[in-house]
Design a protein around this ligand. Structure first.
Ligand code: HEC
Length: 107
């Protein structure tokens, strides 16, 4: 009985050690820069947000305009086909970084 408990404890320790090693092998990345996050917008909104098709251009907006639109999409306060789903993929901090990046650099 005692050895069964000991070997169970040993197995649990082994599992914990393996999990710790797995975490070391794949470190969680730090905050992703706004320039990288905003690159996900170009596919639809065009180079520097100057889309020419049916998707609205998003260049030349203020940080506040962009952030409030993104938060409205994320929280289903604004009807959307795509943007609601896209905005839900980011934390509020990431949306703020995207709004900062686009307002500063997409002209
Ligand atoms: C899959 C295509 C797609 C991607 C990717 C995408 N958008 Fe959009 N965006 C749209 C569409 C379509 C609309 C119009 C609203 C709707 O139907 O969702 C829109 C609308 C917007 C609007 C409102 C513009 C206006 O004048 O009303 C903003 C702001 C916006 N997007 C910002 C972004 C940002 C920032 C990103 C990157 C994080 C992004 N979008 C990524 C398709 C996309």
């Amino acid at each position: 009985m005692r050895s069964a408990i000991l070997s169970a404890a040993f197995a649990a320790g082994l599992l914990a050690a393996t999990a710790a090693q797995a975490q070391q092998a794949a470190p969680v990345p730090g905050p992703i820069p706004g320039s990288v996050l905003a690159a996900t917008c170009s596919g639809c909104h065009g180079q520097a947000g100057r889309s020419i098709a049916e998707i609205p251009p998003i260049n030349g907006r203020t940080e506040q305009q962009l952030l409030s639109a993104l938060l409205d999409f994320k929280n289903d306060r604004r009807p959307a086909t795509m943007m609601n789903r896209h905005a839900k993929g980011f934390s509020d901090d990431e949306l703020a970084a995207i709004a900062r990046e686009i307002s500063a650099n997409w002209r």
